[in-house]
Every structure is written in structure tokens, then in C-alpha cells.
Design a binder for this molecule. Structure first.
Ligand code: CA
Length: 500
């Protein structure tokens, strides 16, 4: 089965509390488009209350239920609406993935007086001076929730470091007394355990225990199927390895997980995968940056390199491929937006090829109106092609810097399947590609790219073409039996979905 993950949010969507309702109402439509998993944004209360995108975590147990940080609901709605959205997605056969942010906390309820040591923010292995008195925001008591769901309160013993000390406002990173950074994290800045806010000490036994307990509570309370794990390169690899193992053992469920390890360095990704004993998939960040480069190089990018040092080429079964996300969209700190003209090409790559689990971004499917960015108009068609055409053995033609292509031979169990795809980042061109002898004498029509039909010769080859800066996708001409097969399949999907 050709799965599709959908990231169901973008950064700038209005903070009007309507997303959960919108997700519930869109579930059937997404299922018809071939979506099989939905990555939902962080559902718990952030320090910015009803406006927080969700990554500024304040209280993991407040899923829009308690009057905290100036609001009961989160940016996306109330806990009831969240649970209803998860239920609807699962009913229509879409796996639900919760966004899990365990690295840091923001918006503490009170300060604590503790000894701290200033650290060089650019090289966290270097202390800058002696321990000093500190006044730091590390006390979380959750007065709006009280002890509901968990009586655990957070204090300085739960964190490794903070970026703010009221007694030394000029410095910007402090290690708390008796604490050290986790060794098994990314090595940028010497040690990248610290990212923002109050850095959670996931290695402290009482914190670890509380987070393990929270994981079970979260799955039980929501019925989610799995997780998207935020900022994993800033969290002890050993922690997530144990967290997932514990959760899977205790719940008896698969608990699918994909981690965000934001790095273009394939070796860092591979090393992390081995440290977590392959207990999760990872987003293919290197591939995203290839798309980014190709779309911003005015034709100078060598398309033969598209997969070099990518996770999908090195470890295809562990790779979640994507084009853009809420962090890469315009205006964000990791902005690396794939330019519009190349979007259809990039989505053809992740949706029509055999390897990788593609993740479609809300901002591409529905647009980012706040930034004047429209939807990628070809995307629904490409998702449909993933559902009905992208099957069978693959043959690659990444043999030219400017025009590359691939074919799928189709699979006899999916009538009408098979395709040919050509991509260019420069002038148009043609390429002779082999779609297989079983197509000898048939015609492939161009469903994307506006090219003329191509007749497949007796050896199973066709000469396909693409216009400058575009992408072409060809599929076998629709026959009556194939048309009837697809109508029946769509009708069955539709009827199945209407049952709920
Ligand atoms: Ca950390």
C-alpha cells in the first residue's frame, strides 16, 4: 500500500481555535485523496496560551482543558475537539500521529534561587567563569490544573540549563548546579543538548519516570497511533530509545514514530538511527535541501545529485520524505522554502517513487494565505497517481545534469498502474525510457506537463518529453476496464467513508 502522511498545519494559520474542527471535517476528504496518516500539531498548552503554535510547551497534560496561560483552549481548540478529530481520523482509516515536544519547557510559574555556571553558547563544552548565584525560571506548579492527571511539579532538579538568569542578565546560557549536558546529542556547538527555554534533563531518573508515565497517559487519553518526535538531536538518544521501548511494551501497540533530526549530514542521521536502535524513522532533511538547492539555482543544479547523501537512498525503509514543513516556510528561523516552480517536481519525486514514506505539507496542499502563497495545484493529482499508478519495479534515468526521469512498470494487481516521469530544472528535453514490454504497442498520455501522447515501441520503450522548468508525468491511456476498476474503487472508498 502506498501510504501518504499529511502534516495537518502550517505555522501562520490563524490562532482562532478552529483547527481540530477543521481536521475532523476534512478527514473524509483527505482519506479520499489517499492520506493514510495525519501528523497533528502539538496539542498541549504552550507558554503563549491560545496563540502558541505548540512548541513552547508549558504543560503536557493540558490538551486545551484548563484555564492556564490566559486560555482554556490551545491555538487549535479544546480537548473535546481534539479527541473528536483523532476519533474521526481513525474511523476513516487515517493513522493519527501526535507531535511530542519533550526537549524544553517555557513559561514557568515561579523562579528559583540556585547556583548556576555560565556556559559559552557557541561552545557548550566551555564554562565561562565560576558558579554564581542565579534566579531562574524553573518552577512549574500548574495552578490552573492542580494535580489532575499528574501530581508531578517541576523544579530546577528537572532541568540541565536555562538561557536566562535574573542576576546575570547579560549572559545567555547557564548550566544548573549539579547538572551536565547529555553526551548522546548532536555535536554542533560542542554539545547541542540545549535548544531553548528550560532544557529538560531527560536523564534524571524522576524526570524520565514522569515522561514515561506521560507517554502512556497521552496514548490512553487520546487514542493516537504514534508520534512525530520534535527536536530529537537535542535530546539524549538513549532516552527516546528507552521511552519508545517502554511505551510499546506497556501498551502492546506498534506506536509508529518519526523523529525530526534537523541536519543535512547523512552520517549524523545514520549514527542517530543506530543509537536509537532503529526504533523510529527520520525525516529526510538532506533530500529537502536538495529540493531547496535545485529550486534556487536557476538551472545550475546537477539533478544527477538529487539523492546523494540522502536518507532515502541510504536507508529507504527509515526515511520519511518531505518537500517543506512548518519550520521551512517563509518567515521561520529554518526558512528554506522550495520555490514554487519546482514544487510539482519535488512532489513527483516523493509521491511517485518506490522508496520513502512521503509527507505532504498542509501549506502546499491548502496554501499559506497569510503569506500570499497558493496551494500547489498539481498536488491532488500527484496524490491520486500515488494511489492508482505508482506501482511496480522502478527504473531510473538520472543520467543528465538537466533532465532526469524514472518509470514505474506497474503491477498487474492494480489495473492501469505504471507511469513515466521526467523532470528538468532548466531547458526542456526528451528522454527514451523503458516502461516494460507489457506496454508494447500501448499509448502513454501526459496527465501533467501538457505533452503529446507517446506510443510505446515493441521493446517497451517510449520517448518522453518535458518543457523547460517543468515536470511531466505520463500514464497508460485509460481503458474501459481500468476506468470501471477505478470508479468502483473510489465508490467503495466513498461508501466506506460515509459509514462514519
Ligand atoms: Ca535537550
Amino acid at each position: 500500500m502506498n501510504g501518504i502522511m499529511l502534516q495537518t498545519f502550517e505555522w501562520d494559520m490563524p490562532a482562532d481555535g478552529t483547527l481540530w474542527k477543521n481536521v475532523r471535517n476534512s478527514a473524509r476528504k483527505w482519506a479520499m485523496l489517499g492520506v493514510t496518516a495525519a501528523w497533528l500539531p502539538p496539542a498541549y498548552k504552550g507558554s503563549a496560551g491560545g496563540c502558541d503554535v505548540g512548541y513552547g510547551v508549558y504543560d503536557l497534560y493540558d490538551l486545551g482543558e484548563f484555564d492556564q496561560k490566559g486560555s482554556v483552549r490551545t491555538k487549535y481548540g479544546t480537548v473535546r475537539e481534539y479527541l473528536a478529530a483523532v476519533r474521526r481520523l481513525r474511523l476513516v482509516g487515517i493513522q493519527t500521529l501526535g507531535d511530542v515536544v519533550l526537549n524544553h519547557r517555557l513559561g514557568a510559574d515561579a523562579t528559583e534561587d540556585v547556583r548556576v555556571t555560565p556556559v559559552n553558547p557557541d561552545n557548550r563544552l566551555e564554562m565561562q567563569g565560576e558558579p554564581e548565584d542565579g534566579s531562574v525560571y524553573t518552577r512549574f506548579t500548574f495552578p490552573g490544573r492542580g494535580k489532575r492527571y499528574s501530581a508531578f511539579t517541576w523544579d530546577h532538579t528537572c532541568f540541565t540549563s536555562v538561557d536566562w538568569n535574573g542576576r546575570d542578565p547579560d549572559h545567555h546560557l547557564f548550566l544548573l548546579e549539579g547538572k551536565g549536558f547529555a553526551p548522546d546529542v548532536d555535536r554542533e556547538h560542542g554539545n547541542f543538548d540545549y535548544l531553548m527555554g528550560a532544557d529538560v534533563d531527560v536523564q534524571a531518573p524522576h524526570v524520565r519516570e514522569e515522561l514515561f508515565r506521560w507517554g502512556q497517559w497521552y496514548l490512553r487519553r487520546t487514542g493516537l497511533d504514534g508520534f512525530r518526535l520534535d527536536a530529537v538531536k537535542h535530546i539524549s538518544a538513549g532516552f527516546y530509545r528507552d521511552f519508545l521501548a517502554d511505551l510499546r511494551a506497556k501498551t502492546g501497540r506498534e506506536v509508529y514514530a518519526v523523529g525530526e533530526y534537523w541536519s543535512q549530514d547523512l552520517q549524523a542521521l545514520l549514527s542517530y538511527l543506530s543509537q536509537v536502535q532503529e526504533s523510529m524513522n527520520l525525516f529526510d532533511t538532506p533530500l529537502h535541501f536538495h529540493f531547496y538547492s535545485a529550486s534556487h539555482s536557476s538551472g545550475a543544479y546537477d539533478l544527477r545529485d538529487l539523492f546523494s547523501n540522502t536518507l532515502v537512498s541510504a536507508r529507504p525503509t527509515k526515511a520519511v520524505t518531505f518537500v517543506d514543513n512548518h519550520d521551512t516556510q517563509p518567515g521561520q528561523s529554518l526558512e528554506s522554502w522550495v520555490d514554487g516552480w519546482f514544487k510539482a517536481s519535488a512532489y513527483s519525486i516523493i509521491l511517485l517513487r518506490e522508496q520513502g514514506y512521503p509527507c505532504v505539507f498542509w501549506g502546499d496542499l491548502h496554501g499559506i494565505p497569510e503569506k500570499g502563497i497558493g496551494a500547489v495545484s498539481e498536488l491532488p493529482l500527484l496524490m491520486h497517481l500515488r494511489l492508482y499508478a505508482a506501482y511496480g519495479p522502478e527504473r531510473d534515468y538520472f543520467d543528465d545534469p538537466n533532465v532526469v526521469g524514472f518509470v514505474r512498470e506497474g503491477d498487474s494487481s492494480v489495473p492501469g498502474s505504471g507511469l513515466a516521469c521526467l523532470i528538468t530544472d532548466e531547458k526542456g528535453g526528451t528522454k527514451r525510457m523503458e516502461v516494460g514490454r507489457r506496454f508494447a504497442g500501448t499509448t502513454f498520455v501526459c496527465v501533467l506537463g501538457g505533452e503529446k501522447p507517446v506510443r510505446i515501441d515493441a521493446d517497451g520503450f517510449g520517448t518522453f518529453s518535458v518543457k523547460g522548468g517543468r515536470c511531466s508525468v505520463y500514464v497508460p491511456r485509460l481503458t474501459l476496464p481500468v476506468l470501471l476498476y477505478r470508479l468502483r474503487a473510489q465508490l467503495l472508498r466513498f461508501l466506506h467513508l460515509r459509514l462514519f
